[in-house]
Design a protein around this ligand. Structure first.
Ligand code: SAM
Length: 269
């Protein structure tokens, strides 16, 4: 067994890969363990452009955040925020308005510990350790209440998150609970893995993640649309992420379905 590095928080299972740490590996980060890299390497065998997929999903997150900023939103609740990496939500948001507020939420202890350390001394951003499924645990956390004003629009981000929620946990109802607590004018930024194309590679990924902390549930485009159907989708609706309002040449993919991730932004009207 590898030696336990000092920065690892108590309670972390070093023997099981986690989605947060594998994703950090795809993005070239340093907050992953051998067990995550092992899964990551196998995943790259079944979907060789997985690193590009992760980078592209981050680019979608940035465009969705900027869209919400353009709508005048100054409060962000980023659930399943992951291990901080280049272009974090608070960096984008604070570059536009230093007074804006960002609350990150994740249930993975490494993601939370690293977020806590980079947010130390940062005004207007904090991290809550909670589970998406525990709506009250997220919305009533003292940090959430201190930072966010629920009488003003909020952008809730669930990016590359809900495919980790099985149907048995009723994700449609969970998202509705969040929707009900948000004021009119709030937005959701959403992305989700699908097997609508490249079925074989994507199913290979699902199989690999079966033994991780975060098994994956694939959903079709219609199922993704249904999950967020309380919100009014802004153009272009639910599309492969490269097609969601690309703003640089790098965002545009000749075959957007290779991204294997649908993205959308919706508004509460
Ligand atoms: C693939 S990462 C996405 C990170 C970031 N949102 C992005 O798109 O760049 C998914 C994150 O969701 C977190 N996660 C998975 N299930 C969760 C749950 N039930 N509650 C909170 N976070 C969860 C994982 O720990 C991981 O950090």
């Amino acid at each position: 067994m590898q030696q336990r590095p000092e920065w690892i928080p108590d309670g972390v299972d070093l023997e099981k890969p986690s989605a947060a740490r594998c994703y950090d590996f795809y993005l070239g980060g340093a907050y992953n363990f051998e067990v995550d890299r092992e899964l990551g390497r196998k995943a790259l065998q079944v979907v060789p452009h997985l690193k590009e997929i992760a980078v592209n999903n981050r680019a979608f997150l940035r465009r969705a955040v900027r869209y919400c900023l353009d709508q005048g939103i100054r409060q962000f609740l980023d659930i399943g925020s992951g291990i901080p990496t280049a272009g974090n939500v608070h960096e984008i948001v604070h570059s536009v308005d230093p007074e804006a507020r960002v609350v990150y939420v994740d249930n993975e202890p490494v993601a939370v510990a690293h977020s806590r350390s980079i947010l130390e001394g940062v005004e207007g951003a904090s991290i809550v350790q909670a589970d998406l499924l525990d709506v009250a645990g997220v919305l009533d956390a003292p940090e959430t209440r201190r930072m966010l004003d629920f009488s003003e629009p909020i952008a809730i981000m669930m990016v590359a998150l809900v495919h980790f929620v099985p149907d048995s946990s009723k994700p449609r109802e969970v998202i509705r609970h969040y929707y009900e607590h948000l004021p009119v004018g709030s937005h959701i930024g959403f992305s989700h893995v699908t097997g609508d194309h490249h079925r074989e590679g994507v199913e290979g990924l699902v199989k690999l993640y079966e033994n991780s902390i975060n098994p994956v549930t694939l959903r079709t485009r219609d199922e993704v649309a249904e999950l967020i159907s309380d919100f009014q989708l802004v153009e272009p609706g639910v599309v492969y992420v490269p097609d969601w309002r690309p703003d640089t040449q790098e965002d545009v993919w000749e075959h957007p379905e290779r991204s294997i991730v649908y993205g959308a932004v919706g508004r509460k009207v």
